[in-house]
Design a protein around this ligand. Structure first.
Ligand SMILES: Nc1ncnc2c1ncn2[C@@H]1O[C@H](COP(=O)(O)OP(=O)(O)OP(=O)(O)O)[C@@H](O)[C@H]1O
Ligand SMILES: [Mg+2]
Length: 234
């Protein structure tokens, strides 16, 4: 197993947000975490990354317990995180953003390079000298994912990759995520867009009110009208 989350309970201050979340991601899978606004998707990813540490429960990366580790330690152990707010440097160019992510990473031994990120997202090559702050929303999403890949992760955590993207961009991103998977990077993503998840993910978990309500192969989830109606937005 690449990622094993077992019964995590996470708070923001006094408010309980994750009430016992458990899930698993196996090597070579793309797994989606689906659910409506405020269901707890981002908080789950932040818990894994150590940004909002759980109060109880266990999270294992490749068999190693990571609860209690700070984000840079989690990154060094092999998780690349593309947050929903992108966190790219607005005054650095696309290329500088990518190079810096690689430079700051403790994981130098890997195949990812600026050239490889450009091959995955040709759009980024076209804007390589443009400052991050002047990229479109879609370009910023791709850059955030490119930055995560520059750390040579075993597992990529991607928050809302399809949010705000034009349909053509969504299709390109789904294809790119499959390609990332084919290079050996396991992917765990959170997204509200069921159709995007169907194109991208092998399996899905549905979260609602901070608890996993359902899990299945992605194709079964989309075919299950009752589940879709109850928990998702199409
Ligand atoms: N920084 C915070 N402080 C307090 N409460 C928060 C904070 N961030 C999120 N929450 C609350 O935690 C719950 C889960 O939020 P979370 O961001 O994990 O949901 P989400 O599934 O990612 O939603 P979205 O689809 O809108 O991104 C929500 O009720 C939200 O209001
Ligand atoms: Mg979110």
């Amino acid at each position: 197993m690449v990622l094993e989350v077992n019964d995590i309970v996470t708070f923001y201050g006094q408010s309980l947000v994750l009430d016992g979340v458990s899930l698993e991601v196996d090597k070579g899978e793309v797994v989606a975490l689906l659910g409506r606004n405020g269901a707890g998707k981002t908080t789950t990813l932040r818990s894994v990354m150590g940004l909002t540490p759980p109060r109880s429960g266990s999270i294992k990366l490749l068999g190693i317990e990571i609860v209690g580790k700070v984000p840079f330690q989690v990154a060094a152990l092999g998780i690349g995180y593309a947050p929903d707010d992108r966190r790219i440097f607005p005054d650095l160019t696309t290329e500088e953003n990518l190079l810096l992510a690689g430079h700051l990473s403790k994981r130098k031994n890997g195949d990812w390079s600026v050239e490889r990120v450009y091959n995955l997202f040709p759009v980024l090559r076209d804007v390589r000298t443009r400052k991050g702050g002047f990229l479109s929303g879609g370009e910023q999403k791709m850059l955030a994912l490119g930055r995560a890949l520059m750390t040579n992760p075993a597992l990529a955590l991607i928050d809302e990759p399809s949010e705000g993207l034009a349909p053509l961009m969504v299709a390109a991103l789904a294809k790119a995520i499959r390609e990332i998977r084919d290079t050996g990077v396991t992917v765990f993503l959170a997204d509200q867009n069921v159709r995007f998840c169907r194109k991208t993910a092998d399996r899905g978990y549905i979260i609602e009110k901070g608890t996993i309500q359902y899990q299945d192969a992605m194709k079964n989830i989309l075919e299950n009208e009752e589940i879709v109606k109850k928990y998702l937005v199409v």
